[in-house]
Design a protein around this ligand. Structure first.
Ligand code: UDP
Length: 362
């Protein structure tokens, strides 16, 4: 058994330095990091999180490193160059990781940024990269491919659809995702409204959900981080009579309470959503998901059973699906979350991924 890594690992989890954990700026990465950290600790591994100041680490050991944030990858074109600001938080975080790497068995990178991929061969400890978005720029595609070629098995993704956006799809490890189901309460009796949850940003296609709410007259509760103010103002101008209400960016405890009251969650992304944490959070509350048949949500939702899959960008499709909601058994949604999206199920896959990487690097 000399090739087997020991049973407990020392893990350094390096967050995306786009904003503090718990702020919403990092989108689904924040919840994913929290759940992986907690699950790995529950399994007896040592976990330390590196993130920017003001982060919530949910009681887990945290090192805060300051600096200027990167520009979000999803706001740039395919040919966008890689830009490093002065006093870059990303560079500072990876300088710290370089210095302390000897204290860890494995470093887990959550940042969708060029630098940590580029630095991988310069580290003597293995780095696992959990890629949180699909292909967005040529520079990122190239650097990720270089890593997967030199260090096979170290690139993790959340869905097959996300992997398929890359030329090296078959070399990605598909890890899905998982949530702490005990934090989400099953809600059998919804209120007469529907929900939309996510970062308010153009790639999320909120306007289609607003249009569906206007057409059906069913109120839409919007929950999430307001990332693009101009985009939001445009929606308010374009749909002045839509019965919508913005509830703000909510902590998970409050989010699940309000989400549970919804008749359905609408997911209307324009891009290939890598996974869509909000889909499994809704299912955990017993809330059916109506999503465009594109990206991660199309792998999560079983059409006619845990929600409906709709032709992408079709508002009429959303409206039709809303009318069919009484066909869905909310308990079946909760059951699906329990069967496939628990932190235990996700932890098994992630732990095996780490184990394989450590074995290959021996
Ligand atoms: N979220 C939250 N509070 C809110 C709305 C959303 O904490 O009021 C979190 C939600 O739990 C999820 C994340 O925001 O983890 C959105 O992630 P998703 O994977 O759906 O999309 P992303 O933002 O990564 O594109």
């Amino acid at each position: 058994m000399t090739n087997e890594p020991s049973n407990s690992f020392r893990l350094l989890l390096v967050s995306s330095p786009i904003g503090p954990l718990g702020s919403g700026l990092g989108g689904g990465v924040e919840l994913t990091l929290r759940n992986i950290a907690m699950e790995m600790r529950r399994r007896g591994h040592t976990v330390k999180i590196v993130a920017t100041p003001g982060s919530n680490s949910w009681g887990m050991p945290l090192v805060e490193i300051d600096g200027t944030p990167q520009i979000s990858a999803q706001t740039q074109g395919r040919d966008a160059p890689t830009i490093m600001p002065a006093s870059s938080a990303l560079a500072n975080v990876w300088e710290y990781a370089r210095q302390v790497q000897g204290d860890y068995d494995l470093i887990l990178n959550f940042a969708y940024d060029w630098l940590p991929f580029y630095l991988t061969p310069f580290f003597h400890r293995p780095i696992a990269h959990l890629v949180s978005m699909g292909s967005l720029t040529e520079a990122m595609d190239q650097v990720i491919e270089k890593v997967v070629t030199e260090f096979p098995g170290t690139i993790g993704v959340h869905s097959q659809a996300q992997a398929a956006t890359f030329a090296f799809a078959d070399r990605c490890q598909c890890l899905g995702n998982g949530i702490q189901l005990s934090m989400y309460e099953f809600s059998a009796q919804p209120s007469p409204w529907i929900g939309w949850v996510g970062r308010i940003a153009p790639e999320k296609g909120l306007e289609d959900a607003v249009a569906a709410s206007e057409l059906t007259g069913i109120p839409l509760k919007i929950m999430g981080f307001l990332q693009a103010e101009g985009y939001w103002q445009r929606i308010l101008r374009d749909y002045p009579t839509a019965p919508i209400e913005y509830e703000g960016f909510l902590e998970t405890t409050e989010l699940q309470k309000r989400l549970g009251k919804c008749q359905a969650l609408l997911m209307t992304p324009r891009w290939v959503e890598a996974f869509g944490n909000v889909a499994i959070e809704a299912l955990a509350c017993g809330v059916p998901v109506i999503a465009y048949r594109r990206g991660g949500p199309a792998e999560i939702v079983e059409d006619g059973k845990t929600g409906f899959l709709v032709e992408p960008d079709s508002v009429e499709g959303l409206v039709e699906a809303i009318r069919k909601l009484p066909q869905i058994d909310r308990y079946a949604c909760r059951q699906r979350a329990e069967a496939e999206y628990s932190t235990t199920a996700m932890g098994d896959r992630v732990e095996q991924w780490f184990r394989d990487i450590l074995k290959w690097r021996k």
